[in-house]
Every structure is written in structure tokens, then in C-alpha cells.
Design a protein around this ligand. Structure first.
Ligand SMILES: [Zn+2]
Length: 238
């Protein structure tokens, strides 16, 4: 069920059956020369939409902006600060709790370290503050760590590479413009620099040439399955 498409009366009735809300988190972020800026938001929105249908729970309208550090200087990236993300997470979850939700799952399509850290930090405070709240904070790729080994060929494929390009080819082939070349950033972690474009000009981390629509379908379906399992586990706790 899509939270944005029910009335307040329908919500009150539905809350008798489920108090679970899944909130997708995306980014507006450079994803190579071949993928759209909203790749993370697109993927996570479609995964969650399918998972909430199967789990009979609610999906909140997605948050379209996130914390982007490595691609912060690339054209098209529009990021928010960790401080802003923490504040948004706190406000949204507090308000959702006020509406009657007791199981809230914050699931990100973006795996950035600071982004997830901000979400988790906000989550810790919320869990301490709100009695009876079951809260999960994660990146969707955390759910498929084991499966990805057999589903993707590229080692350390993490941004606009084989995995994301495959899923985009499956979900929105018209938005995929050819294939950027294989790339891995140089001299990044543990170094922090403002010269990000020089060390990572193409905003690709992995090999887009290995992407295809069948892989995308398989990866997408595993993401949905694992998200449904997570929703069930949350509901059993609650
Ligand atoms: Zn991405």
C-alpha cells in the first residue's frame, strides 16, 4: 500500500491490520555517463513498492536526497549534509509514530558511509525516545551480500557498475545511455580530499560493460524477497 495514496480514514482502518511503514531513501547523484542521477531513488522505490505489496504494509513517499561525499564534486550531484539527513529522519519517524506506526524500516538505495551513519545515528536517538518502536535502518545491498557473489562478476562493484547498471536496464532501459567504461577510484579511502574529480573522474566504481537485463532482474528479485523477509521479521517482533 502506498501511504501517499490512501485517505486518513483508510489509513485508520489499515492501522488495525498493520503498523508497518517502509521509507525508501535515495539520492540525486552522478552515476557515470550512462545512468540517471536518480538511480538510487529509482531502484529503492521499485524494490520497496513491490515488497510492501507482498507484505501488505505501507510505503512512505521516498526521500529523494541523501548525503553524497565521493561524488560531491561531480556534475548533477545535489547532496544534503549528514546533519540535515539526521534531522529529516528524526522528524519523519517521530511524525509517523504519532500517526500510529510502530514498525518503521528506513531502507536506502545508496550505500554511502556518512549517509548510512547519519540514518543510524538518528535511529539510535529515536529508538531511545519512542516507546514500543521497532526500527530498522539499512542499505538494501546489505541484504544481498551473499547472493551478489553469484549474481555479479565484478569484484568490489559498488557504484554505477555491473550491479546498478543491470538493475537500471531491467527497471528503466530508456534511462540507460550506453555504457561508461570500467573504473575504480584511485587513492580514495582512507584519504580524504577535495580533489575528488581527479581521483574518480567518471563516477563509476565497477564495470558497467558486464551489466545485462537478466542479471538486473535476478538482483532486483532477490532484493524484493529479502526486503519482504525483513518486513515479516519486523512484524513478528512488534
Ligand atoms: Zn547508486
Amino acid at each position: 500500500m502506498l501511504l501517499g495514496e490512501v485517505t486518513m480514514t483508510e489509513l485508520e482502518m489499515a492501522l488495525e491490520k498493520t503498523k508497518t511503514l517502509v521509507i525508501p531513501f535515495g539520492t540525486v547523484e552522478a552515476h557515470g555517463s550512462h545512468l540517471p542521477l536518480n538511480t538510487d531513488a529509482l531502484i529503492i522505490r521499485e524494490v520497496v513498492k513491490k515488497a510492501v505489496d507482498q507484505g501488505n504494509v505501507f510505503m512512505a513517499p521516498p526521500l529523494q536526497y541523501g548525503v553524497c561525499t565521493s561524488t560531491g564534486a561531480h556534475p548533477g550531484t545535489i547532496g544534503i549534509s549528514p546533519e540535515t539527513l539526521r534531522a529529516i529522519v528524526v522528524d519523519i519517524v517521530r511524525s509517523a509514530y504519532g500517526s500510529g506506526f510502530r514498525n518503521v524500516c528506513l531502507i536506502s538505495g545508496h550505500g554511502g558511509g556518512l549517509h548510512l551513519l547519519a540514518m543510524r545515528e538518528a535511529g539510535e536517538g529515536l529508538a531511545a525516545e519512542l516507546d514500543g518502536l521497532n526500527l530498522a535502518v539499512l542499505c538494501v545491498y546489505d541484504l544481498i551480500q551473499e547472493e551478489i557473489i553469484s549474481l555479479a562478476e565484478t569484484k568490489n562493484d559498488s557504484h554505477a557498475g555491473e550491479i546498478e547498471t543491470s538493475i537500471a536496464l531491467y527497471l528503466a532501459p530508456n534511462l540507460v545511455k550506453g555504457r561508461a567504461k570500467e573504473e575504480y577510484p584511485v587513492n580514495t579511502f582512507p584519504f580524504i580530499t577535495k580533489d575528488k574529480l581527479k581521483r574518480w573522474p567518471g563516477a563509476v566504481w565497477g564495470n558497467p560493460a558486464k551489466a545485462d537485463v537478466d542479471k538486473g532482474k535476478k538482483i532486483f528479485e532477490v532484493m524484493v524477497k529479502k526486503t519482504v523477509e525483513l518486513i515479516r521479521r519486523m512484524e513478528q517482533q512488534g
